[in-house]
Write a protein that binds this ligand. Structure first.
Ligand code: SF4
Length: 324
């Protein structure tokens, strides 16, 4: 689609892949827990191969004897806990889209041998962080459709006004993306910084009220470390006191240490901040591939590097301005 865009209009991906932004320290904590505490560790498929702090992954932990299982949802993990006498820990990652499913299961009640590593993150604080850093000249945002289905359009309004940036909540079909871009360009032309919804078939101004309510009953925001980006204030969710009992890191006394940095040469941080295109990383398609990933962006199906490699993109010329 980038090839359809006129010169001067660039679309860059941001930190919108939950696997990519989960901190090295949290992944390492999950690996340590799986290897040392004889638990069943469940996680989503994309997280399985993402390298932790020492270059290891949950997949390698499994190869070394840990009981790591891939699940499609937290409900699958709870079913495993109900069948087993052993402790089951679910590595709960994802944005506002996934957090309500975690919350509702805890509210319904889970077995005592079940606990969680909570790594849910919040999108609006990350957007504000990008704008505040001033690292990249962003003309406007296409806001995420699924997250916005939950949170609605309201949380973006203060950010749009504070930084004078237009925002459009877009859907996922090609026409949604193009229509969102047109709406953004019209705002820029007219000097507006509004929050508009293109994805009206899913997103309401107030979002999903029930989902938001369960989230606030179970979680509270806290500062969160985003892989390659650093600590963003109030950008992560942690369990409220009433649910702390289900915090696996506390239950098993596992420490989440400070971020240990990215692998040598990896430019995932710049990809996640939209500073470079994936193919501008020197490791792209050479030392780093989806089969042998160096950074998380080449592992997850939502990762910018994975997507670019999947489509065989080698250079900016491959994607920009082909038709103009
Ligand atoms: Fe990170 Fe690999 Fe992408 Fe480079 S090519 S930014 S190392 S995922």
């Amino acid at each position: 689609m980038r090839s359809l865009l006129p010169k001067g209009l660039e679309v860059r991906s941001g930190p919108g892949c939950p696997v990519c932004v989960t901190s090295v320290a949290e992944i390492q904590a999950a690996i340590d827990l799986a290897l040392s505490k004889n638990v069943v560790l469940t996680t989503y498929g994309d997280m399985f191969r993402v390298p932790g702090a020492r270059g290891t992954s949950l997949m390698e932990a499994k190869a070394r004897g840990a009981d790591v299982r891939i699940v499609y949802s937290i409900a699958d993990s709870i079913s495993i806990a109900k069948k087993l006498k052993r402790e089951v820990v679910h590595f709960a990652i994802g944005f506002e889209t996934t957090a309500p499913t975690t919350a509702i299961e805890l509210m319904r009640g889970v077995p005592e041998n079940f606990s969680l590593i909570v790594s849910h993150r919040l999108i609006p604080p990350a957007m504000e962080h990008l704008l505040k850093s001033g690292d990249i000249a962003i003309g406007g945002f296409i806001c995420p459709g699924h997250v916005s289905t939950i949170i609605g359009s309201e949380p973006y309004v203060p950010i749009a006004k504070r930084y004078g940036k237009p925002m459009v909540i877009g859907g996922f079909e090609p026409l949604d993306v193009l229509a969102s871009l047109v709406m953004l360009l019209e705002q820029i032309r007219d000097g507006r910084s509004d929050v508009e919804v293109e994805y009206t078939r899913s997103v309401k101004r107030e979002g999903n009220v029930k989902a938001k309510r369960v989230m606030t009953e179970v979680f509270k925001p806290c500062d969160g470390d985003w892989r390659g980006i650093g600590v963003i204030p109030m950008s992560k969710l942690e369990l409220k006191k009433e649910f702390e009992h289900y915090d696996a890191l506390k239950r098993f006394d596992i420490e989440v240490t400070i971020e240990e940095g990215m692998p040598k040469g990896c430019r995932c941080a710049d990809v996640l901040k939209g500073l470079i295109y994936p193919w501008e990383c020197p490791l792209y398609s050479k030392a780093c591939t989806p089969i042998n990933p160096v950074g998380p962006c080449a592992v997850s199906v939502e990762g910018a590097c994975y997507i670019a490699m999947k489509h065989g993109i080698k250079s900016t010329e491959d994607v920009l301005h082909l038709n103009v």
